[in-house]
Each structure stands twice: as structure tokens, then as C-alpha cells.
Write a protein that binds this ligand. Structure first.
Ligand code: EPZ
Length: 427
């Protein structure tokens, strides 16, 4: 398994290109199943999860043509996804267990094919992550769902019928699955307490381009009028707000200054607000978003993760790494997942002073971090260890970097181009 070796202490200076959002690309790719005409997606990032979704769609009979790439390698690829000849409706365990987002094929398959057999995703490092809300909502649209042998067997032979759904908990994937299913249901669907993450707005925009009728985009109530069929379309994936926030922390934690090209500040207002209180400076200009430290150094700030537009849970681990070197203390409360502090024991190994009490962690800052061999456990925990390594004295070796490759394209290249002493050690 590859490792990433970092020798810390170099302030970052340079430019980083922000790629397309992983968490928009995955549902957008699943949306191709809703039409018998091709869906062309551009600005796709080159990530392991995209490859996994490509494999899953290919197994379902989708023809995936990858072509095009922006200058500089894989970034900004274009995929042509043609589901005219969908031959199967089974999402097997060996693919779903690798990537929970595979469950996003459930709604589209049901809506257009009238049936789907999708493996239950099982838990992951950050929590049990059930899909009960997806299933209950699909049943409200008329699906018959059985759970057997670790699989979801879903049927809607006569098609789906619109309904009024109110999610008891905000669920990004649940909202996406139902939104896609509702576009081809008979009649109207209302989705109450819908997630408002920008990736859902991006999906809705693409579905409308395919002929879907959706109102309330960006709000917590989506109204969908079902149509007979959806036609092909072209859509560019929106920039990755979590990648943007991650590299902003990299600039701040190393005391450098980076220019994030392609970043959209309207997607990360809560992150900018909180990091601004910490002492991170953001200057948005025509050539990109410039991020640096203000002169006053970094101050510990309390944080609570919340559904959008609150501070994203996917930025919690990165924020915690920053707090370990800030002046003063910070209380970080994780409200979305029950076990998203897996990075804490690893940060302890680097000298961080963090005390976890249930869903909150108290970080006592201005520690001098020291490099150490550490273990990646999940995507965002992994990148928080890289960020800590950039600031630590000495050498950090991050193991199991396949977690990183799921969500960060060419991370070590982008960081070393800004002066980080970082390399991938292939083994
Ligand atoms: C999406 O996961 C993202 N993944 C996650 O990003 C992100 O952390 C999460 O949304 C929250 O923003 C993708 O978009 C591919 P949820 P998802 O359904 O849809 C509970 C990353 O690092 N819940 O909004 O799985 C669930 O257990 C990944 O890029 C149920 O109880 O998240 C959790 O506590 C990690 N029943 C909460 O809701 C359900 O049926 C939010 O989960 C569904 C969810």
C-alpha cells in the first residue's frame, strides 16, 4: 500500500487548481440511468470513487466513454454516459462495500427500470450510516422493498407515484435518491426537510437540463412534477468546496499564501466565516481565491458541524488539525456522524493535545507538532494527518493513503508544486 512522506515546516506559496466536486459527480453519474439518451458530464475529477462508480455503471450496462482532459493531466475530464441499453439492475456487494454512494443508483434504476437489487452498504469508519430513510421515502413513492441476504430488493413494476415526503433527519444521499426517482414518478412529489448542500442543487440543475421539472432548488423543500421521460444533456460539475476548504487550511497551517483557482466562495461561506475568526485571510479576485494568515496568528475557535449552509462535517477533521497549532483552546462538536474523530488518536501521536468527550473534542492549541508514522482511517481523517504533517517538525509517514485517493486528485503533486516537501512512497 502506498504511503505519503512529508517533511514539515515549509510555508506553502503557489497556485492550486480546484477540481470538480466528488460529491456532485457521483449522483450526477447515477442520473444517467434516468434516460435512454447520453448524459455528458465535464469537469469530472480523477478519483478512485469516480472509477468505482464507472465500474458499477458499466456492470449495469451503461456505456461510459471517457474523453477529453483539461491541460495538466487528468483534471476536468469529460464522460459520455449512455444508459440506453441498461442490461442489469444489480449493484453487487463487492462494489457497494467499497463506496456507499453506490446506493445512489437505487432511485434512478427503480424510476426507469421498475426494479433494483442493491447491496446494503454496511457501515464505515465514521458511523453506521444506514439507508433506512432512503428506503422509507421510496416506499412512499410506491416502491415495494424487501431486505434479504444483505441486499435491498426494490420493485415498482407499475412505476412510481408522486408523494409528500418529509425527512426526519437531513440526509444528502436520501434527498438525492428521492429527487432522481421523483423526476419520472406519476404526478407531483414534495420533499420536505431536504438537504441543501450545493451538490444537490447541481444535481437538480442537471436533471432540469434533462427535462425534469423541479422547483425550490437550494431550499429545504423540493417540488418535483414527474415527466414521462428525460432526454440527454450536458453538464459541468461544480467546483469541490471541500477540496477548496482543505487547501485553505493547508495555507493557514503552514503560514503560507496560496491562490485557489476555480474556487467558488459562495459554496463555502460558513468555512470562510469560521476560518476568518481563526485568523485566516481570504481575498477573492478575478484570478482566484487567495488564502493566507492575517498578522495576528491563529486563534482557537469553537465549532459545531451542521447540515448546509452550516459548517460542513467533511471539513471537521481538517479544522481540528488547524486548531492543534492555534493559540488557545477550541471545542469541536460533530453533530452529523457518531464516530468522526478517528483522526484524534493519530494526531495525538504527533503531539496534539485533544480530549474527546462524546461528540465533542477539546483541542488545546499552540502545540509544536512532531512528525510520526500515522494511519489513515477515512478520507477526511487522512487529509487532516497530511495537513498536520505539513506543519510538524520532522517527518510524517501517512499509511493507507488509498483513503486519500478516493477524494483528492494528485494531492501530493498540488502541494509539492507549492513548496511542500511531500512525496508518495509506492510499495
Ligand atoms: C454525504 O454522505 C457525503 N457523501 C458525505 O461525504 C458527507 O459527509 C455527508 O453527505 C454529510 O454531508 C457523498 O455525497 C457521496 P447523509 P451521506 O445521508 O449522503 C444519517 C466525504 O467525506 N442517515 O447526509 O451518506 C447518517 O447516518 C463523505 O466526502 C440515516 O440515519 O450522508 C448520518 O448520521 C463522507 N439514515 C446523517 O444521517 C439514512 O437513511 C447524515 O447522512 C441516511 C442517513
Amino acid at each position: 500500500m502506498d504511503q505519503i512522506r512529508i517533511r514539515g515546516g515549509n510555508p506553502l506559496h503557489g497556485t492550486i487548481q480546484i477540481g470538480g466536486a466528488k460529491n456532485a459527480a457521483l449522483p450526477l453519474m447515477a442520473a444517467c440511468l434516468l434516460s435512454d439518451e447520453p448524459l455528458v458530464l465535464s469537469n469530472l475529477p480523477h478519483l478512485a470513487d469516480i472509477a468505482t462508480m464507472t465500474n458499477l455503471l458499466s456492470e449495469l450496462g451503461v456505456n461510459v466513454a471517457m474523453n477529453g482532459s483539461a491541460p495538466g493531466g487528468h483534471a476536468g475530464r469529460t464522460f459520455k454516459l449512455d444508459a440506453a441499453k441498461t442490461t442489469d439492475t444489480i449493484a453487487p456487494y463487492d462494489l457497494v462495500r467499497k463506496m456507499r454512494a453506490s446506493v445512489l443508483v437505487l432511485g434512478p434504476l427503480l424510476a426507469r427500470q421498475g426494479r433494483a437489487r442493491v447491496s446494503l452498504p454496511g457501515g464505515c469508519a465514521i458511523g453506521t450510516r444506514p439507508v433506512d430513510l432512503h428506503l422509507k421515502a421510496l416506499e412512499q413513492l410506491g416502491a415495494e422493498i424487501e431486505l434479504a441476504e444483505g441486499y435491498i430488493d426494490a420493485r415498482a413494476e407499475a412505476g412510481l407515484t408522486g408523494g409528500h415526503i418529509v425527512f426526519p433527519t437531513v440526509t444528502v444521499g436520501g434527498t438525492e435518491n428521492i429527487l432522481m426517482a421523483a423526476t419520472l414518478a406519476r404526478g407531483d412529489t414534495v420533499i420536505g426537510n431536504a438537504a441543501r448542500e450545493p451538490e444537490i442543487g447541481d444535481l437538480a440543475k442537471c436533471l432540469c437540463a434533462m427535462g425534469a421539472e423541479i422547483d425550490g432548488i437550494g431550499s429545504d423543500t423540493l417540488r418535483v412534477r414527474g415527466v414521462e421521460r428525460l432526454h440527454g444533456a450536458g453538464h459541468a460539475v461544480l467546483p469541490d468546496r471541500i477540496e477548496t476548504g482543505t487547501y485553505a487550511v493547508a495555507a493557514a497551517i503552514t503560514g503560507g499564501e496560496v491562490l485557489l483557482k476555480g474556487a467558488r466562495t459562495d459554496l463555502i461561506e460558513a468555512v470562510i466565516d469560521v476560518l476568518g475568526q481563526v485568523g485566516v485571510r481570504f481575498d477573492d479576485g478575478p484570478d482566484g481565491l487567495r488564502v493566507s494568515r492575517t498578522n495576528g496568528g491563529l486563534t482557537g475557535v469553537d465549532l459545531m458541524t451542521e447540515p448546509y449552509p452550516g459548517f460542513p462535517t467533511d471539513m471537521q477533521a481538517q479544522f481540528m488539525a488547524l486548531m492543534t497549532v492555534a493559540n488557545g483552546a477550541s471545542m469541536i462538536t460533530e453533530t452529523i456522524f457518531e464516530n468522526r474523530f478517528m483522526h484524534v488518536p493519530e494526531l495525538h501521536r504527533m503531539g496534539a493535545d485533544i480530549n474527546v468527550q462524546g461528540r465533542s473534542a477539546i483541542v488545546r492549541g499552540n502545540q509544536k507538532l512532531s512528525g510520526a508514522p500515522v494511519m489513515a482511517t477515512d478520507l477526511r481523517a487522512s487529509v487532516s494527518l497530511v495537513l498536520a504533517g505539513l506543519a510538524a517538525q520532522g517527518e510524517t509517514l501517512v499509511n493507507r493513503v488509498y483513503h486519500l485517493d478516493r477524494g483528492y486528485e494528485r494531492l501530493e503533486e498540488k502541494l509539492s508544486a507549492c513548496g511542500a516537501d511531500i512525496e508518495r512512497v509506492r510499495s
